[in-house]
Design a protein around this ligand. Structure first.
Ligand code: SF4
Length: 759
């Protein structure tokens, strides 16, 4: 017996389409910056929800923002139950990056709408490959991805979407600088969308089909989340940074610990943090599976808004401070009002690294040397990378630069054999960094400054090592470190740390180096110790916007045509999936029983595959190529064909899936815990559906991926007895034939489906 976790999927199956958006929404135009939020509307909606369904009970900040964005509270008769009820919400904004925007736009084109119902932006950041340095890499991306950029630009023009060209910056940094506004609700087609929680915005990572709902003014559904309160006390030690807060928290909670929760921070420790530091913490909330993370409105947020030309928003937010924090009763008795509370003493934290291969394996700095030795990790650091959407703030970069200057003054550069790369998060950050001598401080010790784009963080790294599978260690201030994510090499160990720790590793060339206790050697051969980093929260002379060509394009031309060549290998007009025939699933074969970690990177790889994001058929050739097969001793991307006579008899997962599709044989994926963790990419749901998958049965799912499966018409099921039932499928699963009982006439109050298995 299986518990059936969703209520919408059958409707989607019956409709048989990825996301057929309909209806018409209100007008919105492309914006260079967020306008002042309508706080009067939010507080009015919230007051109505409080008085009608919430019995005026005290609320956390996350709950206040959610209830202020209920699509229609009058249609509700009782308070939502966390973890059970679904909220219908009206987001204020949508942001998309260029890899996920392609499929979202292809789906939005099916809506027939003339423009998006809410302000929307597209950010070209994922398709720039890091190799020769910023300008050359951006120019080359125009050669390799012109077709995609022109498609997205034309769609942006047609539907009134702000278009940020390649080189302008990384989605989350640009959103923080321009679009985040306290107390508003945003959807982003990227899992690190929660970054904007550093500006008290509820920002949630979703698949493209969800974004299309918001863009088409269709109420967006979210299972009412629980709220995990993180109580921050005290202040960070000089060598510690906000990154260390979230690295330690990830170690405590694990990659599954935040599933079903919004993480809300509170306590006196918040006041010591910069807005951008809080954004870093929210960014990596994605690594524990949280729906999103959020901080209450603070003075540092007001300063950041003013510094980024949004003083009017700061003034309005200041005047609505009551709305922008938890109710007073929550603050005075958090254990009563948060579903869980975690205590963090900022003063007791020490810097650390998380990794390799998973972002929740935390090692405090003081134990790193012994752990490196005990685990047999390669100590020599082959590359050190700072920046990305996670750690690109002025504060991050100025603190790291202070260490670089200490080294330069003693004639020290990055260690021999260590490459040092910097990925600025936006053109504004890059230009300000250059004006204030930060870039020069990095270059003086041997840095290469890459484009304002994702680059190595998403596998867009043309790395010249000469040994593409050699074991090696890299350190980065990024947020993810799944195997092969950065350079395609499964033997690269990536350790996540603060920019300051990464810089110290670059100078020493050693993972085990502890700047708090160990010494470097200056040009005269004398030992010296780095002093704690120092930086500024905001630039003293303000930000400089940088080059004009990186300002957003804001044209709106509803008659604009959108180019998709029928012979294109990278773009393909989307066809609706065949609708569900209304019958129980029958004659279904097990394609693979996945063993262990299976992220969306494993289901739909990035790197060289990113170029096919707008072409479902071509991209489907990478389906599940990173998955380990529990029935073949963990062999990756290898399965036995269940159907006699079909070729290949044994082969890669996409080859066998394609054979099933051609023969009209439906198939199922059996999955382990937290299936689909990682990035929000909906391709990881669309590709299996395209190849004929009708169900995924897992021990548990990551939230976004489960939603994406429903949106794409694949039935996600969770084993009622995950520790027993999963093992039925680990021995010769290709011999099994599966039927369902209970899909037809599913009881939405007690959804359960039985799997009948014949051998
Ligand atoms: Fe880009 Fe990496 Fe940030 Fe994702 S996590 S948006 S790939 S920089």
């Amino acid at each position: 017996m299986l518990r059936h976790q969703q209520r919408q999927v059958l409707r989607r199956l019956a409709r048989g389409v990825a996301s057929a958006a309909g209806g018409s929404g209100g007008a919105s135009g492309p914006q260079a910056r967020a306008s002042v939020p309508d706080y009067a509307l939010f507080t009015q909606r919230l007051a109505k929800a409080r008085s009608t369904i919430l019995e005026n009970r005290p609320l956390t900040l996350a709950q206040k923002i959610l209830y202020a964005h209920l699509h229609d509270v009058s249609g509700m008769t009782s308070a939502p139950v966390a973890g059970e009820s679904y909220l219908k919400l009206a987001p204020d904004r949508v942001a998309m990056q260029d890899a996920s925007a392609q499929m979202a736009i292809l789906q939005f084109m099916l809506s027939g709408m003339r423009q998006t119902a809410v302000p929307t932006s597209i950010h070209c950041d994922h398709l720039v490959e890091a190799h020769e340095g910023a300008d050359r890499d951006v120019a080359r991306s125009w050669q390799t991805s012109r077709e995609i950029y022109e498609f997205l630009q034309a769609a942006a023009q047609k539907y009134g979407i702000a278009f940020w060209r390649p080189g302008s910056g990384i989605i989350h940094q640009l959103v923080l600088e321009n679009y985040a506004a306290p107390g508003t609700l945003m959807l982003g087609t990227d899992s690190h969308t929660p970054n904007a929680g550093g500006l008290a915005m509820l920002a949630i990572g979703v698949g493209g089909a969800d974004a299309v709902d918001a863009m088409a003014a269709i109420p967006w559904e979210l299972k009412a989340p629980r709220v995990l309160g993180v109580h921050l006390r005290g202040a960070l030690q000089p060598w510690c940074s906000p990154k260390d807060v979230v690295l330690a928290l990830a170690g405590k909670l694990s990659v599954r610990g935040g599933t079903g929760y919004i993480i809300e921070y509170f306590g006196d420790g918040i006041e010591s943090l910069s807005c951008t530091g809080m954004a870093t913490i929210c960014n990596m909330g994605a690594e524990v599976g949280a729906t999103t993370s959020v901080f209450p409105y603070t003075q540092s947020m007001a300063r950041y808004l003013e510094a980024t030309s949004r003083a009017a928003i700061a003034a309005a937010a200041g005047a609505n401070a009551d709305y922008l924090g938890a109710d007073a009763q929550v603050a005075s008795d958090p254990a009563r009002f948060y579903d869980e509370v975690v205590e963090v003493d900022l003063g007791a934290l020490e810097p650390g690294y998380n990794g390799p291969f998973t972002p929740d394996l935390h090692t405090p700095r003081s134990r790193m040397a012994e752990t490196v030795a005990a685990e047999g990790w390669t100590d020599q650091v082959s590359a050190a990378l700072i920046g990305s959407c996670t750690n690109s703030s002025y504060q991050d970069l100025s603190r790291a630069a202070s260490l670089a200057r200490q080294a330069s003054e003693r004639g020290v550069r990055v260690a021999e054999g260590t490459e040092f790369l910097v990925s600025p998060g936006s053109e504004q950050i890059r230009a300000t960094m250059e004006r204030d001598g930060i870039q020069q401080a990095f270059e003086a010790i041997g840095a290469k400054v890459l484009a304002n784009a994702c680059g190595p963080c998403i596998g867009q790294w043309n790395r010249d090592t000469g040994a593409p599978r050699a074991p090696n260690t890299i350190v980065s201030s990024f947020n993810r470190n799944f195997r092969a994510r950065n350079d395609g090499n499964p033997n690269t160990l990536n350790f996540l740390g603060s920019p300051e720790m990464v810089l110290a590793a670059a100078l020493s060339g050693r993972l085990s180096f502890n700047p708090l206790t160990d010494t470097l050697t200056d040009a005269q051969g004398r030992p010296f110790q780095l002093q704690p980093p120092e930086g500024r929260e905001l630039p003293a002379s303000g930000y400089t916007p940088g080059r004009d060509e990186y300002r957003p394009l804001l044209d709106h031309e509803p008659t604009q045509s959108i180019p998709i060549s029928p012979s294109s290998t990278r773009l393909q007009t989307l066809q609706a999936f065949a609708p569900w025939d209304g019958r129980e699933f029958d004659n279904t074969r097990v394609l693979v029983t996945v063993q262990g970690k299976c992220t969306t990177d494993h289901i739909s790889a990035a790197g060289k595959w990113l170029k096919y994001k707008g072409h479902l058929e071509n991209l489907a050739r990478n389906t599940l190529i990173g998955a380990a097969n529990a029935a073949l001793d963990g062999k990756v991307n290898e399965v036995v064909n269940a159907v006699g006579g079909l070729e290949p008899a044994r082969g890669s997962i996409p080859d066998v899936a394609t054979a099933y599709k051609s023969a009209g044989v439906p198939w199922v994926v059996i999955a382990d815990y937290n299936y689909g963790e990682g990035s929000a990419r909906e391709h990881a749901a669309m590709q299996p559906r395209f190849l004929g998958c009708n169900m995924v049965v897992a021990r548990s799912f990551a939230r976004i991926h489960e939603t994406n499966l429903k949106k794409q018409g694949v039935l996600p099921l969770v084993f009622a007895r995950p520790d027993e039932d999963y093992f039925i499928f680990t021995k010769n699963p290709h011999e099994l034939v599966i039927r369902t009982q209970g899909v037809v006439g599913l009881d939405e109050r007690e959804p359960a489906v039985r799997l009948l298995v014949d051998r």
